[in-house]
Ligand binder design. Structure first.
Ligand SMILES: [Zn+2]
Length: 381
């Protein structure tokens, strides 16, 4: 009666307060049974996962997976096989002018699920490479709210919000205008905005004051400038934005996770809401690698496993308003990831070149996407 059973693991679903030994069974793409001893896999497959944790499928809230359509895109299938990520949320690789290709050539044929924030800029992130860097928000002629509204409105099955890259690198001298335009489109469709931040202007306070409840600030643990700290203390604007319901997302990437910032923020009780990798072509071989490695860095920073899992399942699912993705329940979506903690000697690098050593890391033993088991071989870093 079941197609697949994961046997003997510890079911860990922080959103539902579940942390105990249980089998999890899948059938027809959905969870078909959970309990101490699920029976009935006559025609199916069983995997023994004793000593591991079965968690809801990992969701990476900030990725770039428009492989072949944008230079920074990576292949979601390959990243899933290295990290156990079952849902990739693309953060604005495509804009209104090239979303159709992303949908047809990448999202629809993909094994892992792909959802997307639509870039407010017409051609998405088109000029991002080692030897050149042309920000898609640097010329406001590229931003058309009417086209963004039309394309997002026509693709609400896969588009979960509007992405905008705000700052001097992505936006030149455009200032706050790209963010205002993204918010105008998002308001019309009742969607969240994901705002990237790089170098000022604008500064962090200006951006945070403008974001609405449910909007996402990505690259939230940047180094100076535009870090969420001033003189080592949490900026008041960050505290106020959190109180207002703004979601703070890590978005590791090439330049956006600073261990010192993360340590100081967490010491003062300010944990990120979501942990994401911002995996793209220029950080997939370090420093970010993928979501699994990014989570291991937060394990090394002292975050307990339950808190990590919540920030890569329930919280990102809520951020994109797809709560069915972030939990495991009978009858629900058949996505799961099998995680374990391994002991050894590991060294991690942040975006400033700081090294951190740890005697533990997260590894992934496999994942399940829509009821189908996918073996996972974690990256050696
Ligand atoms: Zn990004």
């Amino acid at each position: 009666m079941h197609d697949l059973i994961l046997r003997g693991g510890t079911l860990l679903d922080p959103g539902q307060g579940i942390n105990h030994r249980a089998d999890v069974a899948f059938s027809a793409g959905r969870v078909s049974g959970m309990g101490e001893q699920v029976v009935g896999a006559e025609a199916g497959v069983e995997h023994h996962v004793d000593g591991s944790f079965v968690v809801p499928g990992l969701i990476d809230l900030h990725t770039h997976v428009y492989w072949g359509g944008t230079a920074l895109g990576v292949d979601a299938g390959s990243v899933a096989r290295a990290s156990g990520t079952t849902t990739f949320v693309d953060a604005g690789s495509a804009g209104p002018g090239n979303y159709a290709g992303f949908l047809r050539h990448v999202i629809e044929p993909s094994g892992p699920r792909i959802l997307a924030f639509l870039n407010i800029s017409f051609a998405g992130i088109f000029g991002f490479w080692r030897s050149l860097m042309v920000g898609e928000c640097a010329d406001l002629r590229l931003l058309d709210v009417g086209e963004a509204l039309r394309v997002a409105g026509e693709n609400l099955a896969t588009i979960v919000g509007i992405k905008v890259r705000v700052g001097r690198i992505a936006g030149g001298s455009s200032g706050m205008a790209p963010l205002e335009m993204a918010i105008e489109v998002a308001e019309e469709l009742n969607l969240p905005v994901m705002a990237h931040i790089d170098l000022p202007p604008p500064n962090l306070r200006q951006i945070l004051e403008r974001l609405r409840p449910g909007d996402i600030l990505t690259h939230c643990f940047r180094p100076f400038p535009n870090a969420p700290l001033v003189g080592g203390r949490i900026r008041e604007s960050a505290v106020l934005a959190r109180e207002n319901g703004v979601i703070f997302d890590v978005g590791h990437g090439m330049g956006s996770l600073c261990f010192d910032t993360a340590r100081r923020m967490m010491e003062q009780g300010f944990l990120p809401d979501v942990i994401s990798s911002d995996v793209h072509a220029l950080c997939i071989d370090g420093p970010a690698y993928d979501l699994l490695v990014t989570l291991s860095k937060f394990l090394a920073l002292g975050m307990p496993l339950g808190d990590l899992v919540e920030r890569a399942t329930l919280r990102p699912a809520r951020a994109v308003r797809r709560p069915e993705l972030g939990c495991l329940r009978t009858g629900g979506l058949g996505d799961a990831t099998v995680l374990a903690i391994e002991e050894g000697a590991y060294t991690y690098l942040d975006c400033t070149g700081e090294k951190m050593t740890s005697n533990r890391r997260l590894i992934c033993k496999g994942c399940v996407v829509a009821g189908a088991f996918l073996p996972v071989e974690p990256r050696e870093i």
